[in-house]
Design a protein around this ligand. Structure first.
Ligand SMILES: [Zn+2]
Length: 109
């Protein structure tokens, strides 16, 4: 039973990685990418959070990890911009300022 759940988590994770590639790396619908990006990030962190709760680490560690994920999710959402010119995502490391120009076509973001 426990292993089944972990397999389900792994399958969900893989499906979300595939969806991320299809939604954000491909295609040129920038408006849709911008709209879906926060939702996608929050959903994937909810999955990670569910795994953390499921494996039941010691309570302080669990709360610490979950509390850490909230600002990390927000910063990840903020540090990714989608280019109007080519539709590609430009990311900066989550602890840095958001990118100011497209890493693909150099257009200002
Ligand atoms: Zn671009």
């Amino acid at each position: 039973m426990q292993q089944d759940l972990l397999i389900i988590f792994a399958a969900v994770w893989l499906a979300m990685a595939a969806a991320s590639y299809m939604l954000f790396q491909r295609g040129t619908d920038v408006a849709r990418k911008r709209k879906l990006w926060p939702t996608y990030n929050i959903a994937s962190n909810v999955v990670i959070g569910a795994v953390i709760v499921y494996v039941q680490p010691p309570l302080p560690m669990m709360l610490g990890l979950l509390a850490f994920m909230v600002p990390l999710t927000w910063l990840t959402i903020r540090s990714t911009k989608f280019c109007d010119g080519c539709g590609n995502p430009s990311r900066s490391p989550f602890f840095m300022k958001p990118p100011e120009k497209c890493s693909h076509c150099q257009k200002k973001l």
